[in-house]
Design a protein around this ligand. Sequence first.
Ligand SMILES: [Zn+2]
Length: 258
Amino acid sequence: MKFQLLPSTFDDTGCSSQRQHLTSFVIDDSVAIDAGSLAFAASDLQRRQVRDIILTHAHLDHVAGLPLFVDDLFSELREPICIHASEHVIEVLERDIFNWSVYPRFSELSNSFGRVLEYRPLVANVESRIRHLTVRPIEVNHKVPSTGFVISHEGSTVVLTGDTAEMDTFWNEVNSIDNLSTLLVECAFPDELEELALSSFHMTPRRLSRELEKFRASECPVYAINIKPRFRERTIEQLSEIGYERLEILKVGRVYDF
Ligand SMILES: [Zn+2]
């Protein structure tokens, strides 16, 4: 699987930077996970091909680009954009975003080819086929109902936590997967913001270190994601000090082959 974390900010020269305000991953240029920067950072190929968007939860940094992505493609969509998410997340989108006040309710609209947006509810622990991928949501421990995902294709399996604090059931599920290819795990704040991390249900390097003791796949590479941009350097420094050899920082924009 080709896996890319899309950029969401620019540096002083106008090029994309490593600071990650928004979250969107694109797999094989055709399936998105979260849509924070999807409307702004998708390549032309991704814009032509991405018609399935899987959501971890409805926090703004994960859905900000979603209404604008649909808007941009509205007139040319020959099949609807399909949003795969829990019933809870779908309810929040319809109530708080696609509510005609914040943005149009695209699920009620059509272009000359047909409907432009539809929803496919995901159920925790139940596998779905989404394009060429097999996707299984697993509940995680965030401030709002959220899921991570086990994503498989042709012998590769990637696990992504999305936003989360400490978990137990999740690790039991992940530890039962054979030949896991890659784990992507969040670490939002540096250790000195422990209180903020606790109240917002995110990880710090110290807490992630304890969390990784529960992870049993001894050969599997681990990448940290979702590092808050304001504290990026400090958090990366502290992550390097926890001494977990297989841990790297997922580079924004780079295309990984997992
Ligand atoms: Zn969140």
